[in-house]
Design a protein. Structure first.
Length: 148
């Protein structure tokens, strides 16, 4: 399952990339004397468009095979096994998932609304004590009317 970026975040990378490419192209076409910075604009634009394409295909988080992975271009990938999570902290809307060896920060402002609901559902289903999770345990009654 993929936890998706907000579309606005993706569009910003695409628009910035296209603007830099246009600036670089105009700079190369209009100048008689070429400088290395003229090509730098093109490189920056290509990197932004590449970042957009990477984020579009991989999205923000991937949850599969009992693990949650934060996808990041330029080698910034982190992976945590869901069963090893022993603490979930919520601060300023961000989640910090902690295990014995590492922690993973998730910026919820980057996540699409529907995907955030899915992420909350998955994290709430983890078997953590109430003091170590921001998600309240569901209260329900069984067939005999006993509240659990």
């Amino acid at each position: 399952m993929k936890i998706k970026f907000k579309k606005k975040i993706l569009r910003v990378n695409l628009i910035l990339g296209l603007v830099w490419i246009v600036l670089g192209t105009l700079s190369i076409v209009t100048n008689d004397e070429l400088r290395w910075t003229d090509y730098g604009y093109l490189v920056i634009g290509i990197l932004y468009v590449g970042h957009y394409l990477y984020d579009l295909t991989n999205q923000y988080l991937t949850i599969e095979n009992g693990a949650i992975r934060k996808n990041g271009l330029y080698g910034f990938r982190k992976k945590i096994i869901l069963n090893e999570i022993n603490w979930i902290k919520k601060f300023a809307g961000d989640y910090t998932l902690k295990t014995e060896q590492m922690e993973l920060k998730i910026n919820t402002e980057l996540i699409d609304k529907d995907s955030l609901m899915e992420l909350n559902k998955i994290l709430a289903e983890l078997n953590l004590p109430p003091e170590k999770t921001p998600f309240p345990k569901p209260i329900y009654q069984d067939a005999q009317g006993v509240t659990k």
